[in-house]
Structure formats: C-alpha cells, structure tokens
Design a protein around this ligand. Structure first.
Ligand SMILES: Cc1cc2nc3c(=O)[nH]c(=O)nc-3n(C[C@H](O)[C@H](O)[C@H](O)COP(=O)(O)OP(=O)(O)OC[C@H]3O[C@@H](n4cnc5c(N)ncnc54)[C@H](O)[C@@H]3O)c2cc1C
Length: 420
C-alpha cells in the first residue's frame, strides 16, 4: 500500500511516522526544510525556531513523543514571565504582588479576571463557539477589563477580525495559559531547539522505510475512488491514499473538489540577536497602543543565553490580509519599520547583530464564531485524509500538541479504512 503525505510540519511528520510502520510512505514538503510553522533557522553553532515556540504542561502527546524520541533530557521547564506595555511603561504581571500593583485594572476587575481564568479550567469551551468574544468579555468581566486588557490582546492577535473571534478561543487560551506558579506561567522548551524534535521525527519515518522529499511542492491531488493521483514536479504518482496537511486555502488550490470556509491569518515575525537583552526580566511583552508589531518575545529570558552566546528576541505581528504591508513589502523595509518601533519604545535599545524575517499567510485559523461547523474532518473521501491546524484537535487554539494529535488521528482513520 502506498500513502502520500502532503506537508512536512508536525501533522505530516506524525502521520508519516505512524503510517510508515505499515505502508510505503512518501512525504512531500514544499520548503527546503521540514518543520512547517515549527521550522528553524540555522546560525553559527545553533538552531532556533523562526517563530517563537514553547510548550505547556498539558501537552501530553507532545511530551510522550519527546520522551519516545529520547529527547526528554533536553526538556526544560521555566517561568515565562509576562508584562504589559502601557503608555511607555512595562508592567510585569506575574506574581500576586505585581498583579495587585498593576494600575490599569481595579481590584474588582482583577478579582473577576482571576475567577474567570479559574472557571476556564472546567473546559466546555465549544459551548461558546457562537458567542462573539467582545460581547462575552464585556458581559462576564465588564467594559473596563475588555478595553484595557482583552481588546489590545484580541487586536494584536486578530487585527480587524478581532470582533468576530469567538468566546471559545478566549476561554481556550485562558485555560492553556493558566498553568502558573506564584512566580508566573510555567513553559517548556527543548534546549538546543525544537529542531531536534523535527529531526527525530524525520529519522523515525526514514528508519521505518518512509521517504521524505523536501523542496517538493505538490501541485495537484485527486482521489478517483480506486487510487489517489499526486502530481509533484510534473510527474504524477499513483497512491492508495493521501494525507493533506497544508492550510485549507492552499489545499483548495491543490486538491480537486475541496472547498473550505476556514479563514487563515498571516504572521510576520522578526528574529533578532543582540549582545544585550532588549527586555530586562520579561519573556513575553504584550503591547497596547499602536506599534508596528503586537508583541515582543525575549527568547533568552526563557532559555539560557549561554546556549546561543547572544541574546535573541522576536517581534511578531499577525496579519489578516494577504496584501498587508508586513507580508508584501520588501523585508528590508519591514525590518526598518520594526527596528524603528523598537527604538521608539526602548530608547537606548541594544544594537542588533543580525535579524531574519519569516512571514506567510498560514499562521493560524481565524477562530471566528461558528468555527466548529467549518472544521475540516479527518476523512475527505476517495482515499484522501486531512490533518493540521484546522483540525478538531487544534480547537479552540492551535498548538504543536494539537497538530501531532491531528496527524495521528488522520493516520488512524486511514489505517482503519484500508483494513476494512
Ligand atoms: C508564530 C507562531 C507561533 C507559534 N507558537 C506556538 C507555541 O509557542 N506553542 C505551540 O504549541 N504551538 C505554537 N504554534 C503552533 C504550532 O507551530 C502549529 O500548530 C504546528 O506546528 C502546525 O503544524 P502543522 O503540520 O499542522 O502545519 P504546518 O506547520 O503549517 O505544516 C504544513 C506544511 O505543509 C507544507 N505545504 C503547504 N503546501 C504544500 C504543498 N502544496 N506541497 C507540499 N507541502 C506543502 C508547508 O510548507 C508546511 O511545512 C505557533 C505557530 C505560529 C505560526
């Protein structure tokens, strides 16, 4: 039995790992490197993710995979400190005292917020799929919590789509981020970079007899009922089944007859290095106000700077439309804009040693109201299966763990259909 896997991110790699135990698997990835959204850049002597990444205590399947690949000795749990940048000031929001001191929310608002986060631990987020987040937050927590806390977060993540995002996403996000100690949020990282996870998965696929083809964009896929035709670089191969893991807008261009209402948003992310940290004690800085980017992530305040020999930070902006300047302007221009934003926010900011920009329209689904109805199922018919950020496992927020689970579920569905 021959199976094609389209896409070499975590969903494609986990499906390929699973299926290569029993079938002849060919995985096709359009980019030169595997990893998809988790892909890395290589510097002198180290790898680091092109987009910021950390994992959470609740990522059970990802943690088991890390253990299974023998990488658990690299896993490090750290406090990921968070701050808010308001009117030119950085306010840490980690310890109870810092939260109490935060001047832009009243005591009552803070108490409501704490109770809300607690209530999200109960799950059941899908019940809020049809409720717009702004209305929900204003009803539950009041206008001031919405205006000063959630509105900037929603805008920085979803831009003009912020008003359409569902309360399910807000609750899911609050739940994921509620694993805290009295010092702040507990986040995990694989020292040496998640590149070792991607490499480990690649090795497993190949050891089990699968073949991986990078720089191999799939141009067309068509399930005929008897077989699945997959066209790559002008050649059409015949397979018994295919697993699609590219984003639905890309899938529509490739897979015959496939249509989806899932909207995707883009991201433009600068990774930069400097001899000094940009932020003192903060890992994650949320921004309120108008800036060229929506958050600053000081990677070397989560991961030891000794692993790199220089300080690394990310500047990230989420984009809603393909034509957005950050996605289409020459990278030098975008970099200039981002670094000018840094200088304006942090006078005396350290000089940047080097930077790189990664961007694209496949950052995440827009979790708008009614999204549950649009979720792409694992079985698309005629021998074609699907898994990715758009799958049920990544609702109401996408994650590495969710994409691995989605890949495994699609592989399970395929195996059970082929064995029938
Ligand atoms: C900015 C950012 C930050 C994130 N931070 C975190 C985090 O901190 N923690 C966390 O858990 N998750 C995080 N995530 C989410 C996590 O990275 C994703 O959920 C996961 O990596 C997605 O894997 P995937 O395989 O579903 O999709 P992708 O990684 O998008 O993989 C799809 C692959 O398909 C390929 N492809 C597309 N079209 C074709 C074609 N025609 N032919 C061949 N190949 C094709 C693409 O090149 C890509 O490699 C983040 C994501 C982003 C964008």
């Amino acid at each position: 039995m021959r199976v094609a896997v389209v896409g070499g991110g975590l969903a494609g790699l986990s499906a390929a790992m699973d299926l290569s135990c029993d079938f002849d698997v060919d995985l096709y990835e359009s980019r030169p490197r595997l990893g998809g959204a988790l892909g890395s850049v290589e510097r002198d002597g180290y790898h680091v993710e092109r987009f910021y990444h950390h994992l959470f205590r609740g990522d059970g399947v990802l943690l088991r995979l890390i253990e299974g690949l023998g990488l658990d000795d690299r896993l490090d749990w750290r406090i990921g400190t968070t701050s808010f940048y308001v009117n030119g000031e950085v306010h840490p929001l980690n310890t109870p005292i810092e939260i109490l001191r935060y001047p832009h929310l009243s005591l009552v608002d803070k108490a409501r917020l704490a109770l809300f986060v607690r209530s999200c631990r109960g799950g059941g987020h899908e019940r809020y799929d049809d409720v717009p987040a702004p209305r929900f937050i204003k009803n539950e927590l009041g206008d001031s919590v919405y205006d000063s806390f959630f509105r900037p977060l929603l805008r920085s993540k979803f831009g003009d789509n912020a008003g359409r995002v569902s309360a399910a996403w807000v609750r899911g996000r609050a739940y994921v981020r509620s694993h805290r100690t009295y010092r702040g949020e507990v986040l995990g990282y694989l020292r040496g970079g998640f590149q070792s996870l991607v490499e480990g998965m690649r090795r497993e696929v190949e050891t089990r007899g699968g073949s991986i083809h990078t720089e191999s964009p799939v141009a067309a896929v068509e399930g005929t009922g008897d077989s699945v035709e997959v066209e790559v670089a002008g050649d059409t191969g015949l397979f018994d089944a295919a697993v699609m893991t590219c984003a639905p807008p890309a899938m529509e261009r490739v897979l015959a007859g496939f249509e989806s209402d899932v909207k995707y948003q883009g991201v433009c992310c600068m990774l930069a290095a400097a001899d000094e940290p940009l932020l003192d004690d903060t890992y994650w800085l949320n921004l309120t106000g108008s800036h060229p980017f929506g958050a600053v992530i000081q990677h070397t305040n989560l991961v030891q700077v000794e692993d790199y020999g220089e300080h690394l930070f990310y500047l990230v902006s989420y984009n809603q439309s393909q034509g957005d300047g950050n996605l289409v302007d020459p990278v030098d221009e975008v970099a200039h804009r981002f670094l000018a934003g840094v200088d304006e926010m942090f006078p005396g900011a350290p000089d940047v040693n080097w930077w790189t920009i990664s961007r694209g329209m496949d950052a995440a689904p827009v979790y708008e109201t009614g999204y549950l109805e649009k979720i792409v199922p694992p079985r698309l018919g005629d021998g074609v299966y699907a898994a990715g950020m758009f799958s049920r496992e990544n609702y109401p927020e996408r994650s590495m763990d969710g994409s691995i689970r989605a890949g495994l579920r699609a592989a399970g569905a395929l195996r059970s259909d082929l064995n029938d």
